[in-house]
Design a protein around this ligand. Structure first.
Ligand SMILES: C[S@@+](CC[C@H](N)C(=O)[O-])C[C@H]1O[C@@H](n2cnc3c(N)ncnc32)[C@H](O)[C@@H]1O
Length: 252
């Protein structure tokens, strides 16, 4: 499974930002939440787990003058490539579990955006424990994921697949509590997106969401036809992009 995930992101890496960097307002909106909820301070040592191309770490660096570089960890070396020479980012090509297991009380703040759904239940349990070990006392972790249901203008089968497979924030809360994190809570973050229909169809065609890798070219073509039909009178697709951010603090 991990090999398929790596392959998916390796091949998407060159166009990832074109597909996922919806707008600088969107990115800034997300990082404002990360900044506030993780109570970021200039002295913080920050870990971005499953950082991808570092969209959010780079934006955090625009908002705060950190004294130490951000550690960006990702399974896909291709995704990390553009971060390799960044002056304020240290890029680590590693899977999240191995990386966190190799650290003890090192990070003040950790965030992970849309990475946890790539792990199965037992891998997640291992990662919660490894995270607890990697975080300093009084450190805060924030795990961001899409909500269990989404309003994306995808074809029905893809939406059903998403709902059947998406990690539930209640499970993340439980994982953090069981591991020893305190003050565990979930916040909902919603942003109204507007994407030109042709661009969104192109995103689907490029399998911008990893779940779309489950469909053959023909299935994807048929799915895209459904989307075209459903939104035939709408040049722009408007939908709420809603995330959960599950927060936990290491108090002991
Ligand atoms: C949807 S992307 C999110 C990237 C970035 N956090 C963002 O929001 O733009 C998921 C990222 O998690 C990485 N990833 C998936 N499984 C991983 C694992 N076990 N360890 C480390 N990174 C992983 C993928 O390579 C990919 O870059």
């Amino acid at each position: 499974m991990i090999e398929n995930v790596k392959k998916h992101y390796d091949s998407l890496s060159k166009i990832y930002d074109d597909l996922w960097f919806y707008s600088s307002d969107f990115v800034s909106f997300m990082t404002d939440h990360i900044y506030q909820k993780l109570e970021l301070k200039p002295t913080d040592k920050i870990l971005d787990l499953g950082a991808g191309t570092g969209i959010y770490s780079k934006d955090i660096l625009k908002k705060i003058k950190l004294q130490q570089s951000i550690s960006c960890v990702d399974l896909s070396n291709e995704m990390l490539k553009s971060l390799k020479n960044h002056p304020s980012i240290e890029a680590f090509h590693s899977d999240a579990i191995s990386f966190c297991r190799s650290k003890n009380d090192e990070f003040d703040k950790v965030f992970s955006k849309e990475m946890f759904h790539h792990l199965n239940i037992s891998e997640r349990d291992i990662l919660y424990k490894a995270l607890f070990q990697a975080v300093k006392k009084d450190g805060i972790v924030g795990i961001l994921q899409l909500t269990p249901t989404i309003e994306y203008p995808l074809f029905q089968d893809a939406l059903d697949y998403f709902e059947q497979n998406q990690i539930h924030y209640k499970d993340i809360e439980k994982g953090l509590v069981d591991t020893g994190f305190s003050d565990v809570k979930t916040l909902f973050i919603s942003y109204p997106l507007e994407i030109e229909k042709g661009k969104y169809l192109n995103m689907i065609a490029n399998r911008y969401m990893s779940l779309l890798s489950n469909y053959s070219d023909e299935e994807l073509f048929l799915g895209t036809e459904q989307v075209k039909e459903k939104y035939k009178n709408e040049p722009t697709l408007k939908f709420e992009d809603t995330f959960v951010m599950v927060i936990g603090r290491k108090t002991k």
